[in-house]
Design a protein around this ligand. Sequence first.
Ligand code: ASP
Length: 473
Amino acid sequence: MRLWETKSWGVSAWRWRDRFRSVYIIGGERIRGIMRKVVKFGGSSLASAEQFKKVGNIIHEDAERKFVVPSAPGKRYDGDIKVTDMLYGCYALADADQDFSAELQAIRARYQEIVDGLELDLSLEEEFAVIGKMFGEKAGSNYAASRGEYLNGIIMAQYLGYEFVDAAQVIFFDEEGNFDADRTNEVLSARLAGCEAAVIPGFYGAMPDGSVKTFSRGGSDITGSIVAKAVKADVYENWTDVSGFLIADPHIIESPESIDVITYRELRELAYMGVPVLHEDAIFPVRQQGIPINIRNTNAPEDDGTWIVGSTCQKSRFVITGIAGKKGYCSVNIEKDMMNSEIGFGRKVLQAFEDSGISFEHMPSGIDTLTVFVHQDEFIHKEQKVVAAIHRLAEPESIEIESDLALIAVVGRGMKSTRGTAGRIFSALAHNNINVKMIDQGSSELNIIIGVANEDFENAIRAVYDIFVIAQL
Ligand code: ASP
């Protein structure tokens, strides 16, 4: 998982934490020792023995942290290689019938360093003998990659004195390779009901024939969520190397404010606009159960991080929760007199895009105009084909294409109950000489999407941030 870096928390963070504490208590006698927390630690949190010790302290400090989902060891420093990548590389050699012993040895050394640093009485000799043999027999790259989490799980279980539960025994995929949520939940919850405390490695499960299959990259986030659902956790803590989400990209805004609480829907809007957050599929299992996710920082456990919740009556600190955007869009502007009364016009236009396999991002419309926003890199090679198809299917008067556009999403549950948000955005942009090419307010009033030229992208984000955040501090 990658997140925008964040800075330390201020007083307000403590205020939020207290609020959440009281929510738990109101939530039904879940006082001290009865709450269940599933804790997932990312690769950077488990990259070395030193990091493992921090994780151990975090777990021991709270008796409610009973179910632990580890990733494989990540990077120890800039330029280091994640164990998952080492495993893929090593297996590629095995698959090509080349000698992979040195690469496997290097992976083993990564784990040995952790085992030694933790002073554990644990030998991975047999495990590596099996892995070497399986690589030789071409067990597949899924099996190979999964060993990163598997071995880290064994070490973690021994270090904590928790039971080790192999994910291949409790997390399942169907014949098509899709995650089998029902079977998994049935088996996993029954298995964990009998455990006082357990470590379940992230990232993988098993196919119906028992072979190992992984989720897509970053998939330990998904395992954490699945485990949280299975044990009916009160909270899913996702520990990483930053203290939560930021309101805007720190590459554009210097030291942006943090997000205390964000709803799943707001997060989805921001993630869609390119904010690097949790693995997308990690939201679904916990969201279904109303389990909040708390993003925390292993290197700064005193920070409260960001809470991701289903819904909340907690007002966000600012009218907006976050701003995000992407460059590289084209707009296709289609004009036709009396378009508004022509039944099926929109469908015919979209048919032209569909026939070329192009998905559209937004489609604002006027009385006699309709604009379709598409990704420039997807569209550029097919533009003439699409234009010809629109002419053929919809018979417009004119079609104009504009390129190098950026879309910016201003997201916030607070917008619904605040008057003048759009007005403030547009006056801020006008004051900064930014020409607005498009505006689209979602019907949920959760977001306002603005189209500007690529070159105005950063300035537009700064202008919006200034008016809603800086001006309110
Ligand atoms: N180790 C896997 C990866 O690097 C899964 C994860 O860390 O979530 O993608």
